[in-house]
Design a protein around this ligand. Sequence first.
Ligand SMILES: *Cc1c(COP(=O)(O)O)cnc(C)c1O
Length: 396
Amino acid sequence: MNESSNRQRGATHLECTETGEHLESEVLQGLSPAGKPLFARYDLDSLAGVYTPEELAGRRADLWRYAEVLPVRDPANRVTLGEGWTPLVDAPRLAGELGLARCWIKDESQNPTATFKARGMALAVSRALELGAEALALPSAGNAGGAAAAYGAAAGMPVHVVVPADTPRPILEEIRAMGAHLHLLDGLITDCGKAVQDGVREFGWWDLSTLKEPYRVEGKKTLGYELFEQLGGRLPDVIVYPTGGGTGLIGMWKAFDEMEALGWIDAGRPRMVAVQARGCAPIVRAFESGAGSAEYYEGAKTYASGLRVPSAVGDFLILDALRASEGAAVAVADHEMARGVARVGESTGIFAAPEGGAVAAAVPQLLERETIRPDDEVVLFNTGSGLKYVGMTPQD
Ligand SMILES: *Cc1c(COP(=O)(O)O)cnc(C)c1O
């Protein structure tokens, strides 16, 4: 099978993540009838043994190398700016300082638009184009708006972005420069979501909100495939991930299930860790209380704008993955994130976003509670570039 072959291209159907109900995949679909996220499903039985890691050697160095397990049917509909296949940077000095046997930084700042939001938007915009959407819209804490604006521009589609007025200035300028319609609102991402709903009803915008359409998570899941390939055909012991809406964590967990069905890995899984801000930690609170879903987090406050998400539609999926993997959810204060940014910078040469600093700052807690053990191999996620947060200061 070669990459351009049309065999098996695309999903077989969509499936409700709560009820398992099947839905048609070749029309635009938002949430399931139960109001929950939809997952794209593929004919993995037919792909097993045919779509193998060896098949991937020599393919293009972006996320489209995984075309067989991506939903876009016609390669002509791919909207691409070079997203994915970011470096997995071995970080021995950081590992030494943190007391880890070995750690890598998955450096997602090297994506187009300087954050990993590019992965999700590449897939969501490609599918919106393929299925006939005419205008795109989303509420954003910032970086998703930048990525939507960029991929919308690449596709030649109008984009409406609604963001909190105090979103970092570099992100606002980015969104404007990509020609998107920028709406500023005094409030949080959840308030912005309501404004988008109005536009959806009134003007027929296609809503790209986190997990409210099925394809951003398909872009994010490629993180899981990449870790496997970049580690030479295995997964790490622990993955530490800065969690807002949780798309990346949910996506990797989905990728691991697919890779098992494809026969690439066995039932073993990395322990998955969600790191949140002390000022906005709905998943940490739910994890600690044993709840299956998270309550709205009042008064959300953090300078890590990607983590300023007081309510996540995929909360139950995040919590399931954390518990099934014997992982954890932990919170760090903004000033600890800032110290984490400095530590990562000095020991690796990577200028991390506060979200990346948060992950490094969480390691001592994780060692103490033995979610990370002394001989573990750990992947730390830097999800964006510090350059997008210039001028922002810690809030606690
Ligand atoms: C959006 C974002 C996050 C959170 O990602 P989710 O997958 O939605 O949890 C983390 N870091 C940065 C830089 C982001 O932009």
